[in-house]
Design a protein around this ligand. Structure first.
Ligand SMILES: Nc1nc2c(c(CN[C@H]3C=C[C@H](O)[C@@H]3O)cn2[C@@H]2O[C@H](COP(=O)(O)O)[C@@H](O)[C@H]2O)c(=O)[nH]1
Length: 332
């Protein structure tokens, strides 16, 4: 049974003690996004404009995106030395190190995106694929191998060896695909308990659907008649705090400044994740202004999230004044 993400986010926001939403910050973000969309500097096509993202809208790319989002979590390292992937004479860290490692493996003839391969991937094969330029390994190696094996085996068992069958069975409904992914693959089932109530954020399941939608530009395998069902992806995008959309309590801010780990499922973690989703939802409601609709510019929580993530990358040095929370988890 899938927990409704919006209801989870609204509930967390209502009961939150450590994180508050600021209306003026919401308006600022809304205006920023409207300007970016109106000037055509941001759109659904932005996903494919990243050098390392695949461009072909075919089944091989679907398989690529499934492996990407099976592993798309927790790149931050305890020590200052980062995990680095070198690919085509360039070094990559964070999310881009994952993308580079997948592309490098395929270039080296390793069928990393084929379920029959990664269903039985060994830790040693994984370590070779994700070998780093530094002495720092990618975090959570064992969990990543476990995720790949689970997803590979279930794609073989339940979808006749091909993820495209999972998508076809959902009849172009994002809600159904979210239900199918989170009920089939345990490693995507991102749920927690907040004041004894179950809440679901499903970050990687939602970004999996969003990456497919964006890469296929809302067509073919990427066509979903209810894509607005997908919310922003709840992780540690502290850009919302930087933009004064969210404010943190003194005790939470002290935690962040000390860099002390916040356990997955801790009330502070859930308040950051849930309030982030709700803030973007409120912002997207402002978005739906007439001008954008008349120019049929697509404005939904996915576009807002992607825009904020890319913005965060571009202005990382300024934004890092707000330390991100350190939660070690396979969910983001
Ligand atoms: N909320 C949200 N989280 C996102 C992304 C993406 C990449 N999306 C790309 C695809 C289309 C867009 O145009 C983006 O270019 C990665 N992440 C998360 O960030 C973390 C890695 O961070 P760092 O270590 O700093 O690279 C890690 O938890 C990862 O799961 C996003 O879009 N939204």
């Amino acid at each position: 049974m899938v927990v409704n993400v919006r209801q989870s986010a609204e509930l967390v926001c209502k009961l939150a003690k450590h994180v508050q939403i600021k209306q003026d910050g919401i308006k600022q973000v809304a205006n920023m996004i409207v300007k970016a969309l109106q000037s055509n500097s941001y759109s659904i096509q932005s996903w494919k404009q990243h050098d390392l993202h695949p461009k072909d809208m075919n089944e091989a790319t679907l398989n690529w995106i499934l492996v990407l989002d099976t592993l798309n979590f927790s790149f931050w390292t305890e020590n200052p030395q980062k995990f680095v992937i070198r690919y085509k004479e360039k070094n990559y860290t964070g999310y881009w190190s994952l993308v580079a490692a997948i592309n490098r493996a395929l270039d080296e003839g390793i069928p990393l995106t084929t379920p029959q391969f990664y269903a039985d991937i060994t830790t040693q094969q994984f370590e070779t694929i994700f070998r780093s330029e530094t002495d720092t390994r990618i975090p959570l190696v064992e969990a990543r191998v476990k995720n790949l094996r689970e997803v590979g085996r279930k794609v073989i068992e339940k979808f006749d060896g091909s993820f495209v069958n999972c998508i076809k069975q959902c009849n172009q409904s994002a809600e159904k695909l979210l239900e199918s992914i989170t009920s089939t693959f345990d490693c995507f089932n991102d749920v927690s308990t907040f004041h004894d109530i179950q809440v679901g954020f499903y970050k990687r399941a939602q970004i999996l659907i969003a990456d497919i939608w964006a890469c296929f530009e809302g067509q073919g395998f990427g066509y979903f008649q209810d894509i607005e069902y997908i919310t922003m992806f709840a992780d540690y995008r502290y850009v919302l705090a930087f933009m004064n959309v969210l404010t943190y309590s003194d005790s939470l801010m002290q935690h962040l400044k000390d860099g002390t780990e916040i356990k997955a499922g801790d009330v502070m973690e859930l308040e950051i994740r849930g309030s982030s989703i709700w803030a973007v939802e409120v912002s997207s409601q402002i978005q739906a202004n007439e001008d954008l609709r008349q120019r049929d510019l697509i404005v939904n929580s996915i576009i807002i999230d992607f825009y904020l993530w890319d913005y965060c990358k571009e202005y990382r040095s300024e934004i890092d004044v707000i330390p991100m929370h350190k939660t070690r988890t396979i969910f983001y």
